[in-house]
Structure formats: structure tokens, C-alpha cells
Design a protein around this ligand. Sequence first.
Ligand SMILES: NC(=O)c1ccc[n+]([C@@H]2O[C@H](COP(=O)([O-])OP(=O)(O)OC[C@H]3O[C@@H](n4cnc5c(N)ncnc54)[C@H](O)[C@@H]3O)[C@@H](O)[C@H]2O)c1
Length: 276
Amino acid sequence: MGGLDGKVAFITGVARGQGRSHAVRLARDGADIIGIDICADIEANHYAMATREELDETIELVEAEGGKMLGTVADVRDFHQVKTVLDAGVEHFGRLDIVCANAGIAPVAFRQLSIEEELAQWRAAIGVNLDGAYHTAWAAIPHLLAGQRGGAIVFTSSTAGLRGFGGLQGGGLGYAASKHGIVGLMRTLANTLAPFSIRVNTVHPTAVRTMMAVNPAMTEFLENYPEGGAHLQNPMPVEMLEPEDISAAIAYLVSDEAKYVTGVTFPVDAGFCNKL
Ligand SMILES: NC(=O)c1ccc[n+]([C@@H]2O[C@H](COP(=O)([O-])OP(=O)(O)OC[C@H]3O[C@@H](n4cnc5c(N)ncnc54)[C@H](O)[C@@H]3O)[C@@H](O)[C@H]2O)c1
């Protein structure tokens, strides 16, 4: 039991990695969870997405914390899927307080791509990371407004949403563009929703130990990246953060401790964005 007792959180990309960690942490703090994950691979992305079994494991982990969770397969690129699942979840739990737009992909491949493959990478990154973030917020905002209790939306951006890196492929450029785009979405919603006490912020993680950062396609890309991996090093002595490190920031941002924190780009990056 904790500061989120009685509250309900909607989390996308919840089957593994950071999304799972956020679900477990928010459940530990008292929230019930409505979660979605695609649980199917995306063709232009060169590593596997989560599975239905992983989504079920997340539900078990939330329940082990004493929380309740509705976990459903849905694709954030499809607004109507997101809305249908969220509407049903809010009907079930009776309210919505917290939104974590976390689902994301980072398509990379260290080889010459055809023009069609480049375009497919770009569209996949924008579709999941930016369209998906908008769909998530757009499906959730009517419920937050209807509740008349305020609320908290946190979009997961990246250090690549504040700094320009990612190479010259459609996937890397699409990733950086989408993660910067999320900041514009956040800032505008933060202004528009402030009168309703709905707070909107972004988190910007440096590399986190999840499938996105630790997969053969990403490892090969980073090893062969023109500038090597040096520019991706953190000033603090840590190569990769753990998902729980990002969940701690989310838990703060959605809590009443942060009740006047809105419109903020919140790095959890071991000093990455501050370095010269
Ligand atoms: N891992 C990192 O180094 C890192 C760094 C900065 C930011 N991020 C961001 O953190 C977020 C979480 O990523 P992660 O590190 O946990 O990686 P991950 O690949 O382990 O998790 C992403 C989850 O999103 C799901 N997903 C992907 N596309 C989806 C879709 N269209 N609809 C619904 N679900 C979908 C996947 O199945 C997976 O469960 C992403 O937005 C990512 O861009 C990650």
C-alpha cells in the first residue's frame, strides 16, 4: 500500500522491459493497472517484440504486489484498438488517474538498406513512438477530464529526444524525430491541461538494460557506428541503467509529491544530456 492507493494507471508496452517495471512499481505504490502490448513482431524492426506469455508474467508480477491488472494485446499504432481497450479498462476499474505512454521501438540494422527498407524503418519508428504516444494520450484524456480529479501523463522519450544522435538510417532518424516530437506533444498538452490539474511530463532515459538496447541488431550497429560507442557513454560510471531506475522517476512524477510538476523534460541519464 502506498501513495497511489485507489488510483488506476494505463501503461503501454507493458509486457516486458520498462513498461513491466513501471506496472510493478505503480502496483507496489497502490495502483491498479490497465496495460497493453502488441505481443507480435513489427517487420521493419530487427529484434523481437514481447510475447503474450510475457504479458501474462507481468500480470502475475503486478498481482504479487497486491495490485489488479487487465492486460490486453493491442497495437498503439491503431487508435481504435487503444481506445476500445482503455474504455473497457476504465469501465472495469471505474476511473483513470495515470497514463504512461511507454511503448516504443528503435529500428536499426548495420547494413546497406534499400530505399523501401529505409522508409519502412522511419515509418515504423514514427508510427509506434509518436503516433502511438498521441493515440495513448488522446484515448486517455477524455477519461481524465471526466474524472475531475486531475491526473498525470508521462511520455517516455529518450536522450535522443533532447540531443541529436542516431546515425543516418531511417530508423535512427525516425527514432530521434519521434522522441523530439513527443516533447512538443507533452509541452502543448501540459499547457492545455494545466487548468484541469492534469500534469504532463516526459522522461528521457539514457541506455537501459532491456531488449531494445541489448539485441544483436543494436549491438552490431553500435560496434560499427562511425564515431564508435564513445559518444554514447554516460559521464557517471554506469554503462546501462536498470528499468527500475526509470520506474522510480515515473513513480515520483505521477505521485502527489510532484503535484505542481508539469511541462518538464526529466532526464534519467547519468549526466548524458548535460555533458559537453
Ligand atoms: N532501452 C533503452 O536503452 C531506452 C533508452 C531510452 C528510451 N527508451 C524508451 O523506453 C521505452 C520502453 O522501451 P524498453 O527499453 O522497455 O524496450 P523493450 O523493447 O523491452 O519494450 C518495449 C515494449 O513495447 C512493446 N511495443 C512495441 N511496439 C508496440 C506497439 N505498436 N503497440 C504496443 N506495444 C508495443 C514491445 O512489445 C515491448 O514489450 C520506449 O519508448 C523506448 O524508446 C529505451
